[in-house]
Design a protein around this ligand. Structure first.
Ligand code: AHR
Length: 660
């Protein structure tokens, strides 16, 4: 609301000025509508996913119980237990029988008084509980004889019960069984918890104590948080890059991401520490683990659900070079390469193939149509080249058309970048992954970055970008309008060079307001709510207005790359016969402007302008005011293939007109 008033206010002020006082001459943006340039790939605007900032566990993966399998370094982390006698609740280990999920809890009861023998889980910075929602409680157990009952209770932050049920394990014997029950909440809380108390007499072993809200994405049991997926789906991303980021590399090679350990039955996915757990002394997260409830199958499924191409990134035999920089000897690289080959079979293989069958058994007989893969994230140096060369050879021999993406290191310039950029281009790499975490000024200055890039060689994947209002890894970085408008300006440069840059994604994607390690981030959440930042809306507007081919847009016969603070790009969408013109005014001045489409006979008389701006450059969105900076759509008149506009200061415009 505030934004709309500001725009209207600005427009009025300008139009009420006596003629002559609006001293600036009208700026003419000429669109060469019949000069079709680069094809814009359907993958152009995508999403980068990493389990950082509680993005997966505690975030999009909707499990509410933290440390459900007692495998954190402190087995009862996240749990508070109450027991009448020492040892009524015991953590035991069955390593020989089950090396991936060895610990479990043994409960011994002798008719304790109501509520006296209990365990309470605090969730991930509390549990978000909505009123009247179904919750699914499930547990794995084994018992010699029935005799105990589990009373499950949702608690609000005052400790009052806001939903309860009972579960009486029925099976006996030495095998583990799974039982579940659904119940409804009767109250709401952002910071709830979950208690189980026991009554009866006997002994029972418990593991995988789990609680999910019933309203997961597509109502899948054990699924994803619906509001967070919806924000992604709304962007219609061309691809999802997963699972990161540095998480691919691991602190050392034992904590690298290994996709094969993230598929199959949930209780057989061995959790590991999340490398962001200890990364920043100023943002410690000792309880941050990767349970892999969101594993590679689920990532592929998510891509399938929202029409995005999957883009997995695999470890190249090198741990994070900021941490241990551990490398696997070249003669031991075989299993890493095999993981890559097997992943292609897992995604695309026929159900008669080994990995295709595993995918099919997990519920997806149809291939996922994987076309590309990244090998290495932010790796650098000659040891990286040596390793990726081995990957490339093995993959291309078997899958010649499969596209491979290689990293150009941590920065978009400097010695590491120069070495890799030169070597990878010599190798004719399909894609080079460039990362930019820079100040807004860098983004403005680099809107021209690709105008003179080598056009016929390797393509660029702008795999991680985010303007930093302070500096990289500073906790003071804000997702403010200044960063977002600088990104909008930069993205016009990517779009104009869509023959060179064929994919782009902001990073990181998600952050929990109580559990983040890295800022800025595209989407922020608490336990029940989520919102898109101004940066989200910038990327979303590019993605929803992608077009099929670039067309030139010129001012004074020149591309618009920062002159007077203006940036612009334009494209045609051949599917709808529309022209989409993006103009970013980063200046402090209002400007009367005309968009003139040349080389086209007739346009519909009504078009649409979408405006994105903030009331000032510091403006941010928040959980309470999620849409302060969000797109506002308005119809505009199109006459003689022209559109007149007053371009307000610090504003991003997307203008869409359609042929008759
Ligand atoms: O996006 C956060 C981190 O930034 C990524 O994990 C890494 O690739 C980059 O350094």
């Amino acid at each position: 609301m505030r934004i709309k008033n500001w725009i209207v206010g600005t427009a009025l002020t300008i139009s009420m000025l006596p003629v002559g006082l609006n001293a600036q001459t009208r700026k003419i943006f000429t669109v060469k509508a019949n000069e079709l340039k680069a094809k814009i790939e359907p993958t152009m605007w995508g999403v980068f996913f990493e389990d950082i900032n509680m993005g997966a566990d505690g975030g999009i993966y909707a499990e509410l119980v933290k440390n459900r399998s007692f495998e954190f370094y402190k087995p009862l982390m996240g749990w508070t237990v109450a027991q009448p006698n020492e040892g009524d609740l015991l953590v035991l280990n069955r390593k020989a029988e089950n090396s991936v999920n060895p610990r479990y809890l043994q409960v011994t009861a002798n008719n304790p008084a109501k509520g006296k023998l209990s365990m309470t889980n605090e969730g991930f910075r509390g549990m978000g509980i909505r009123n009247g929602l179904d919750f699914n409680f499930s547990v794995m157990y084994r018992q010699a004889a029935p005799g105990m009952k589990l009373h499950a209770e949702l608690l609000n932050s005052k400790g009052e019960v806001i939903g309860s049920t009972e579960l009486a394990p029925s099976k006996t014997g030495s095998e583990w069984n799974k039982q579940n029950i659904s119940f409804k909440s009767t109250g709401a809380d952002q910071k709830g918890s979950f208690r189980i108390w026991f009554d009866g007499k006997g002994k029972i072993d418990l593991d995988m104590i789990s609680l999910f809200p019933g309203n997961t994405w597509k109502n899948r049991p054990g699924g994803l948080r619906v509001d967070m997926v919806q924000l992604l789906a709304d962007m219609k991303p061309g691809f999802i890059r997963f699972p990161g980021g540095c998480i691919v590399e691991g602190h050392d090679l034992t904590t690298r991401y290994q996709w094969k350990k993230t598929i199959g039955p949930i209780e057989e996915r061995q959790l590991i520490v999340n490398r962001w757990n200890t990364e920043f002394a100023h943002r410690p997260a000792p309880d941050y683990y990767q349970t892999f409830g969101l594993g590679f199958f689920e990532y592929f499924q998510l891509c399938d659900d929202i029409g995005a191409q999957p883009l997995p990134i695999l470890n190249t035999g090198m741990a994070c070079q900021f941490n241990t920089a551990e490398v696997v000897p070249l003669d031991e690289l075989g299993p890493y390469v095999q993981d890559a080959l097997d992943l292609i079979e897992f995604a695309n293989g026929d159900v008669s193939s080994k990995w295709g069958k595993i995918r099919s058994d997990m519920g997806h007989a149809k291939p996922f149509n994987l076309k590309m893969m990244g090998v290495g994230n932010e790796n650098w140096g000659p040891q990286y080249i040596e390793r990726l060369t081995i990957f490339e050879k093995a993959i291309k021999v078997k899958y010649p058309d499969f596209k491979l993406i290689f990293s150009s290191g941590t920065d978009p310039d400097g010695a590491r970048f120069d070495l890799l950029n030169t070597e990878l281009r010599k190798m004719k790499a399909d894609f080079i992954d460039e990362h930019y975490y820079r100040r807004p000024e860098w983004f403005l200055a680099n809107a021209k970055r690709y105008d003179n890039y080598e056009r016929n060689g390797s393509k660029v994947f702008a795999g991680e970008y985010a303007a930093q209002s302070d500096k990289t890894v500073s906790i003071d970085n804000k997702n403010n309008w200044q960063t977002a408008i600088a990104e909008a300006a930069f993205l016009t440069g990517l779009e104009r060079n869509a023959d060179v840059v064929q994919m782009a994604s902001y990073a990181p994607l998600f952050a929990h307001v109580d559990g983040w390690q890295w800022t800025p981030d595209m989407i922020w959440v608490d336990n029940t709510r989520s919102y898109g930042t101004p940066n989200y809306y910038v990327q979303k507007l590019f993605s929803l207005n992608k077009g099929t081919n670039v067309v030139p847009v010129l001012v004074n016969n020149q591309t618009v790359t920062g002159q007077d603070g203006y940036y612009a790009s334009a494209c045609i969408d051949k599917k709808t016969n529309s022209y989409i013109i993006k103009i970013v005014n980063t200046s402090e001045k209002s400007q009367d402007a005309t968009i003139s489409l040349e080389g086209i006979k007739k346009l519909q008389s009504k078009g649409m302008v979408t405006t994105l701006t903030g009331s000032n450059l510091e403006q941010v969105n928040s959980l309470d005011n999620p849409k302060d900076v969000s797109p506002v759509e308005k119809n505009i008149i199109v006459k003689n293939q022209k559109v007149n506009l007053t371009l307000a200061p610090h504003t991003f415009y997307v203008v869409k007109v359609t042929s008759l």
